[in-house]
Ligand binder design. Structure first.
Ligand SMILES: [Zn+2]
Length: 62
């Protein structure tokens, strides 16, 4: 167990964690319409969420 393992929960090794968190899949999963572009989009959404989470933490939650 290493810190951050929870983040990878259900995400196959080598797959995009952000894409799985946001979409539930990534370009490595294959399938129609699952392109790297979607993965990049997921990273942007995911990064935004992380930023909000950090800001929430900085405010001391609620
Ligand atoms: Zn995947």
């Amino acid at each position: 167990m290493t810190p951050g393992d929870g983040l990878r929960e259900g995400v196959p090794l080598g797959h995009s964690v952000a894409a799985h968190v946001i979409h539930g899949w990534c370009s490595h999963c294959g399938g129609p319409g699952r392109s790297v572009a979607h993965e990049v989009e997921a990273w942007r959404v995911w990064a935004h969420r992380m930023l909000l989470a950090v800001e929430e933490g900085a405010r001391g939650g609620g």
